[in-house]
Design a protein around this ligand. Structure first.
Ligand SMILES: NC(=O)c1ccc[n+]([C@@H]2O[C@H](COP(=O)([O-])OP(=O)(O)OC[C@H]3O[C@@H](n4cnc5c(N)ncnc54)[C@H](O)[C@@H]3O)[C@@H](O)[C@H]2O)c1
Length: 364
């Protein structure tokens, strides 16, 4: 049977998320920031960080575990650095505040390095790194997250999926956009396999004894995800090291929660107090010709003869670019009908109308 998908325009999703967030008391400009990040996640094809997660943010505001009022505050500052108290506001509100500040500093002194404590889940890391591209700068963003990853040789989750994003501008609006979790895969992918009753490939997760497992049930109950690289023999300790690096920049530098002190994923019994890091670097302060060399660097990779003629060599950011182009040609983002129905049910509970339209069905 063809998968039934429902095509919804970006503007409709944006408005819908804003209405739901405002209905539970979020300030309109905070709701707009959140909606923009989530829509961007879906547009780029990362459905695990888009509309699908809206109910989590609605619940965070409803239960008052996340603040709906106030603005982030700069606690400490130099020309190039800042420590920000996110005041337990929505992650994208904190993220935008910090990234704007980092960009401003990079304009003034060549680099801006801003860390935040007291933040919350901020969606796709790439959203913030990519803001720097608009100013022709390099952007970076990192966040710590609830523990889901078991370190090499361990058997307990003590690190999050701690994503890394680095965006660098080339010529003619082209760019390198690396945006990746430091776990081999996202938890959602393991959950999907479990629901379908399929085994997972080796190197995604381990069981409660810390042994790599292809059984998604074992990974989800007592086990955990493993770092990029998988087992020790295949370099998993490098992914483990990158996850630790993210903590250095986030939880440790900002004095936020870190490692297994961070609350359990989806258990909102206490505030998250996540640590996040936002960096902008102005290439103009370095060797001239940055954009040309960036484009050349990407051309070398993209232009080579691929191992499989049907699968060209890509640069980071290309798969998402292809996805956005496909959406734009279709005139919207294709959502699974069950996701749309579920989100509409959530919206009805908080008294929102109009709901997401369900009439534009496509099969693919
Ligand atoms: N806020 C959070 O708590 C949190 C935690 C984890 C992940 N995330 C987000 O989840 C999203 C998905 O992360 P992921 O690790 O599953 O991403 P992914 O594995 O789909 O992609 C990772 C990176 O690899 C690039 N890529 C993919 N295929 C490629 C190829 N063939 N050649 C070259 N480059 C290629 C992509 O462009 C991307 O930059 C990211 O946006 C991330 O920020 C957020």
């Amino acid at each position: 049977l063809p998968l039934c998908r429902c095509l919804i325009s970006k503007a409709e999703v944006q408005g819908f998320i804003e209405r739901c967030m405002i209905a539970v008391g979020t300030k309109p400009h905070h709701a707009r920031s959140l909606a923009e990040v989530l829509v961007e996640g879906d547009h780029r094809g990362h459905y695990s960080h888009g509309l699908n997660r809206m109910d989590m943010y609605v619940k965070d505001i409803q239960t008052k575990i996340c603040e709906k009022d106030g603005e982030p505050v700069v606690e400490k500052e130099t020309a190039a650095t800042a420590l920000v108290d996110g005041k337990n506001l929505l992650g994208p509100v904190v993220g935008n505040f910090c990234m704007n500040l980092a960009i401003k500093k990079a304009k003034d002194v060549g680099i801006g390095w801003v860390v935040a404590r007291g933040s919350n889940h901020y969606g796709i890391a790439g959203y913030y790194a990519m803001q720097a591209l608009k100013e022709n700068m390099i952007g970076m963003s990192f966040t710590n997250t609830s523990p889901l990853v078991v370190p090499t040789r361990g058997k307990e989750c003590t690190l999050g999926t701690n994503p890394i994003s680095v965006a660098a501008p080339g010529e003619n609006n082209d760019s390198f956009v690396l945006d990746m979790a430091t776990s081999a895969v996202a938890l959602g992918k393991v959950e999907l396999h479990e629901r379908r009753g399929d085994p997972i490939p080796e190197g995604w997760g381990c069981d409660a004894q810390g042994k790599l497992s292809t059984d998604p049930k074992k990974v989800l109950s007592g086990g955990g995800l493993v770092p990029i690289g998988g087992s020790e023999a295949t370099g998993g300790y490098k992914g483990y090291g990158l996850g630790m690096m993210v903590e250095v920049f986030c939880g440790i530098l900002a004095g936020a929660q870190y490692s297994n002190n961070i609350r359990t994923w989806k258990v909102t019994d206490r505030v998250a107090n996540l640590g996040q890091c936002f960096v902008a670097i102005n290439p103009q302060n370095f060797a001239p010709g940055f954009n040309q060399r960036m484009s050349d660097l990407m051309s070398i990779q993209r232009g080579m003869e691929p191992a499989d003629p049907d699968r060209p060599v890509l640069a980071a950011g290309d798969p998402e670019r292809t996805n956005m182009k496909k959406c734009d040609e279709m005139g919207g983002i294709p959502y699974h009908i069950n996701v749309v129905k579920y989100m509409n049910e959530c919206a009805e509970k908080v008294g929102v109308s109009p709901l997401l339209p369900c009439d534009n069905l496509i099969s693919n």
